[in-house]
Ligand binder design. Structure first.
Ligand code: HPA
Length: 278
């Protein structure tokens, strides 16, 4: 049996962070591939590398820095994950979602997740930003759920509701911020796969038929754990490439990082606007 995350482990990490900060973070931000730049906007930042924290997983992917940045954004106290943990790096699902557990124990009530994703919806183009309105838990359907193992009753129920993974009030805020800033905000369903291989044309046609608008290798486990703890979630996907439904083009990680340069300022505008509105 795998080792499951315990409350004692979460609290040990949360205590180590608490010792180094003087603010109480209210919003947690997770930055996806190529979107690290957003952390540079944090005011009065305290940097805590993941490697300084006991038992904390370390992100190994190029384009992910691997530290918490704690400070203020739009005068709101935030804790930013500059670099996330992915299942494909070899961690357990519990480890992938551990940072969200830690944020929750630190008192964070809202989670803003961002990611780089492939556009499955044929109307989407690279550089677009998509408001995630729902998610397709394909990892969970194949038996990988971060809530497996003993339930942490102090945090949430054994069988948490997932009828609204993403917060509807945040939808309205994000839409109005996009409008005020003349940004086109796409909307749709994010499908979470384990990766690290990109999808085959048949995978992509299947995803489209299943109702996915974007596909990526993260987010879903983090959002499940956030909802388990009743955190409110805003999700934004940066569309870094068009899904290759007919196999005529290739997808590369470099392309994903490159698209992040166009997407980061748009996502920053939306996140700042939503922060101002809460
Ligand atoms: N597929 C999966 N994950 C991704 C993609 C993709 O096309 N682009 C960025 N992350």
């Amino acid at each position: 049996m795998q080792n499951f995350i315990t409350l004692a482990q979460i609290d040990e990490i949360a205590d180590a962070i608490r010792k180094q900060i003087s603010i109480q973070p209210q919003v947690g931000l997770i930055l996806g591939s190529g979107l690290n730049g957003l952390a540079d906007s944090v005011q009065k930042p305290i940097f805590i590398p993941y490697s300084d924290l006991p038992t904390f997983p370390v992100s190994t992917v190029h384009g992910h820095v691997g530290r918490f940045v704690i400070g203020e954004l739009e005068e709101k106290p935030v804790i930013v994950m500059q670099g996330r943990i992915h299942y494909y790096e070899g961690y357990t699902m519990g480890q992938v979602a551990l940072p969200v557990r830690v944020m929750h124990r630190l008192g964070v009530q809202s989670l803003f997740v961002t990611n780089a994703a492939g556009g499955v919806n044929e109307n989407f183009s690279p550089g677009d930003v998509m408001l995630i309105t729902d998610q397709l838990n394909l990892m969970g359907m194949s038996g990988l759920n971060p809530l497996m193992g003993p339930n942490l009753d102090e945090i949430g129920p054994r069988f948490p509701d997932m009828s609204q993974p993403y917060d509807r009030a945040y939808f309205d805020l994000a839409r109005s911020v996009a409008k005020q800033n003349n940004l086109t905000l796409r909307e749709g369903v994010y499908a979470g796969l384990s990766g690290p291989s990109f999808e085959s044309p048949a995978d992509l046609r299947f995803l489209r038929l299943a109702g996915a608008d974007a596909v990526g290798m993260s987010t879903v486990p983090e959002v499940i754990v956030a909802r388990h703890g009743n955190m409110r979630v805003l999700g934004l996907s940066g569309i870094s490439n068009k899904a290759n439904l007919d196999g005529s083009t290739i997808t590369t990680h470099e392309e994903v990082i490159e698209a992040g340069r166009v997407i980061t300022p748009k996502i920053e505008t939306i996140i700042r606007g939503v922060l101002r509105g809460i």
